[in-house]
Design a binder for this molecule. Structure first.
Ligand code: MV4
Length: 450
């Protein structure tokens, strides 16, 4: 087992990883920017190294600075968390060159899944269903128009280097094709320095359902059931839950098998997520694979009662996975509490937190790095806490979430708490009747005037 893990991250996930390290008897090293000097991950780790100024580029994204911190602390493994360098194949490669275990899959696996056309080709070969579309990259507008005519409009153009919605355009009719093609390509070029595009039939009103998988170094891959992440705004997830209210035993068996096939086809090592689009008829299609621990992993932890960070560290150390696919018996839901103003287009609301009372009680979990007196920096992600509730049924879980949201008090900055309170009351949401476009039609009621 590792002796000392350096956590190349900040915020709640850094804290989350430190907690598991402590429980496993592994020493932890925090790295931090000058903006995070007062952060809890710095206080709770066994050692902490300042790696630079607030700008992520010069701190949490700087491979040389992180490797220098590894060297001076003698860590034998790096946990990248999510975001920052978590899916940077070059970083994973540098770790290997230094003889440091990168807790995650190999650089080759990260590269393969990071390029969406390659990922899709890999899944086709493995027999995982994908959305009908172009055979790899599109050459030009002419070829695009020809394929669009064949698969029928609406179609969607996607950047091979994309993911998470950037460089993506829906085309409704041939007249719009060239314009949308140029827009998508320019955006992809500017964001990723790669303007390779491919095309798919546009799936109408899909759900986003993802399977948590875990693979070990001995060729075993199992799934840990699904999460429904359809409640998103501009490709930012706001609520995740497990199981999906749309799931059936039959569909879980089919999608779970497909997720395992996806993992086995690349000899996957580590925790990963296979994302699917699911249409009204419960037909499902591979969308992307994430090769990291995700923000929403606690939802799965709660329903299967396992520490996913611990499992992740164990497989990274070469330990075999035991047990079979996990089928949930409980229901869990996560609300992301962001320092944003839901009444003003979710505009970021950084600043000093004057008072902070986290929800508590039976079935309530709060993963957070903030406290009263903490200043939310404008430099990083706006998520300040994850509120996770667990109950026997979805209905009880929603009631518990409402109770927990009502006692969650944050003063000094705006948060997404009022948004979640209203969402929990929505009849369609309560019925489990929603898809990825749900929030486009969701009107937030005006704030009470004082
Ligand atoms: C799609 C789609 C419909 N049809 N692909 C959005 C982000 C990227 N991961 C892929 N996305 C989509 N791909 C086809 N062929 C609809 C979306 C999509 C979406 C997917 C998941 C969650 C929220 C979404 C919001 C808008 C569009």
């Amino acid at each position: 087992m590792f002796k000392k893990i350096l956590i190349a991250n900040r915020g709640e996930i850094a804290l989350r990883i430190i907690r598991t390290c402590k429980e496993m008897g592994i020493k932890s090293v925090a790295v931090y920017s000058t903006a995070d000097k007062e952060s809890l991950h710095v206080r709770f780790a066994d050692e902490a190294v300042c790696i630079g100024p607030p700008s992520s580029k010069e701190s949490y994204l700087s491979i040389p600075k992180i490797m220098a911190a590894v060297e001076i602390t003698n860590a034998d493994a790096i946990h990248p968390g999510y975001g920052f360098l978590a899916e940077n194949a070059d970083f994973a490669e540098v770790c290997t060159e230094y003889g440091i275990k990168f807790i995650g899959p190999s650089p080759e696996m990260i590269r393969k899944m990071g390029d969406k056309v390659t990922a899709k080709e890999t899944m086709i070969k493995a027999g995982v269903p994908v959305v009908p579309g172009s055979d790899g990259l599109l050459k030009d507008v002419k070829e695009g128009l020809k394929i669009a005519k064949k698969i029928k409009y609406p179609i969607i153009l996607k950047a091979t280097a994309g993911g998470g919605g950037k460089g993506m355009r829906i085309v409704e009719k041939p007249e719009d094709f060239e314009n949308q093609w140029n827009m998508a390509r320019n955006e992809a070029k500017a964001s990723f320095g790669n303007d390779g595009m491919y095309m798919e039939k546009f799936v109408v009103e899909p759900r986003h359902i993802e399977f948590q998988i875990i693979g070990d170094q001995h060729g075993n891959v199992i799934h840990l059931s699904e999460r429904d992440c359809s409640i998103q705004r501009r490709h930012q997830k706001l609520v995740e839950e497990a199981p999906s209210p749309f799931m059936t035993d039959k569909l879980r068996k089919k999608m779970g098998d497909a997720a395992i096939k996806a993992g086995k086809s690349i000899n996957y090592e580590g925790v990963g997520t296979v994302e699917f689009l699911v249409d009204k008829n419960r037909d499902f299609y591979f969308m992307e694979m994430n090769t990291r621990i995700q923000v929403e992993h606690p939802v799965t932890e709660e329903v299967i009662d396992h520490d996913l960070i611990k499992e992740q560290i164990k497989v990274a150390a070469g330990i075999k996975i035991s047990g079979n696919n996990y089928i949930p018996t409980m229901h869990a839901m996560e609300c992301r509490i962001n320092a944003e103003d839901p009444y003003n287009n979710f505009r970021p609301s950084p600043g000093k937190i004057l008072s902070f009372h986290s929800a508590k009680g039976h079935g309530v979990r709060v993963d957070t790095h903030v406290y009263a007196g903490y200043t939310v920096s404008p430099y990083y992600d706006s998520m300040i806490a994850k509120l996770i509730c667990k109950a026997q049924t979805r209905e009880e879980c929603i009631k518990k979430m409402q109770r927990a949201l009502d006692e969650f008090i944050v003063e000094g900055i705006k948060t997404t708490v009022p948004f979640h309170q209203q969402l929990m009351k929505d009849p369609k949401f309560r019925e489990g009747n929603f898809h990825t476009g749900f929030l486009e039609g969701f009107e937030l009621e005006k704030e009470d005037e004082e």
